[in-house]
Ligand binder design. Structure first.
Ligand code: FEC
Length: 317
């Protein structure tokens, strides 16, 4: 069983921020003030742990997949050779904007003789500005190969019961820290995308709302909100409401406490540590709202079990 696990990627060192940002901007160097601003955000959080977390996810997913896969069956069961070979699983990592790139990962898979694999983006929701772009990068990498690799895609998993349970578990931990859970506001966030994608029929907002609805239902929350965070530094309009705007409104409506849970990203990174823990927290403090954040899924076993489940189901297709 072969897997290409993909995530956004982050620079490993400050001098890598410029080429990383240039890649995000499709080869266009960022103006000095934008580069300075982004470097300042990385400096403020110390370092983004995204690459380490992605690697830990891949290592644990590979271990879980292999744990139950008999390499040498003791006796033959069913047809031989088996229709779905249960050989040792290999999980390759490819990141959208840094190293190992998706192209590097696909080339390594080909070199290792992989001809069929499951392709999975860690972010749970499909967007024309996320998963579709990962798909384009895989397609481009395939063009450079002498033989094809067939990828079976997991395009989204916004309602997977294991995902909902894992998010709900962490939200519940935050609820235990509230002074008055009945009067608190509950906010689920995902990365914003340009509104132009939504106008082209992007299913992203619907999928984000689905995840929020299912978590809220599981915990019987009295009410909840969906907000978007980390809108890009571009002049076009981005999907809202913005988390900071919403926090101000919640205070005006009389809330004293709020819990935010980032459901659009499984891992901690710049957009969680800066945009939520520093920026949104500063907004909350400014207006006098107590803001808690539910911890992320990262490489915890309950989340890796979800990835395993998705991979195994896709491999059977
Ligand atoms: O920790 C880290 O260093 C990486 C954090 C990071 C994650 C992430 C996830 C998503 N993004 C999505 C959409 C866009 C669009 C643009 C865009 C731009 C940036 C910039 C940085 C950045 N993103 Fe990101 N994103 C992360 C970081 N993102 C840095 C550039 C500076 C800025 O604008 O803030 C606009 C690109 C363009 O100009 O064309 C659109 C979406 C996700 C969630 C799905 C995923 O993880 O792939 C959607 C993590």
């Amino acid at each position: 069983m072969n897997v290409l696990l993909m995530a956004y990627g982050t620079p490993y060192a400050p001098e890598e921020i410029e080429p990383y940002y240039t890649d995000i901007r499709r080869g266009k160097k960022p103006p000095e003030e934008l580069l300075h601003e982004l470097s300042g955000r990385y400096e403020a959080i110390g370092k983004s742990p995204l690459n380490e977390i992605t690697l830990a996810q891949a290592i644990r997913l590979q271990a879980l997949l292999n744990l139950e896969a008999p390499v040498y069956p003791k006796r033959l069961q069913g047809p031989f050779p088996p229709r779905t070979p249960q050989g040792p699983a290999r999980v390759y990592v490819g990141t959208k904007h840094w190293h190992p790139t998706i192209g590097e990962a696909v080339a390594a898979m080909h070199e290792d003789g992989v001809r069929r694999a499951v392709a999975l983006v860690a972010a749970p929701h499909y967007s024309l500005r996320s998963v579709a772009e990962y798909q384009e990068k895989v397609e481009a990498a395939l063009k450079a190969l002498p033989e094809p690799i067939t990828f079976v895609w997991v395009e989204s998993y916004e309602a997977h019961p294991g995902l909902i349970a894992a998010y709900a578990r962490r939200l519940e931990e935050a609820i235990w820290r509230l002074r008055d859970p009945k009067r608190a506001a509950y906010v689920f966030t995902a990365h914003s995308i340009p509104l132009s994608a939504v106008e082209r029929g992007d299913p992203y907002p619907r999928q984000v709302e689905k995840t929020a609805e299912l978590i809220a239902k599981r915990l019987a929350l009295p009410r909840y909100h969906v907000a978007y965070q980390s809108a890009g530094r571009t002049p076009e309009p981005w999907l809202g409401p913005d988390i900071n705007e919403l926090l101000r409104r919640l205070k005006e409506e009389g809330h004293e406490e709020a819990v935010v849970q980032a459901v659009g990203f499984p891992a901690d990174h710049l957009e969680v540590f800066y945009d939520l823990d520093l920026e949104a927290q500063a907004t909350a403090q400014e207006v006098g709202l107590r803001l808690l954040r539910a911890r992320s899924l990262n490489a915890d076993l309950d989340y890796i079990q979800v990835l395993k489940d998705l991979v195994e189901a896709a491999w059977q297709r």
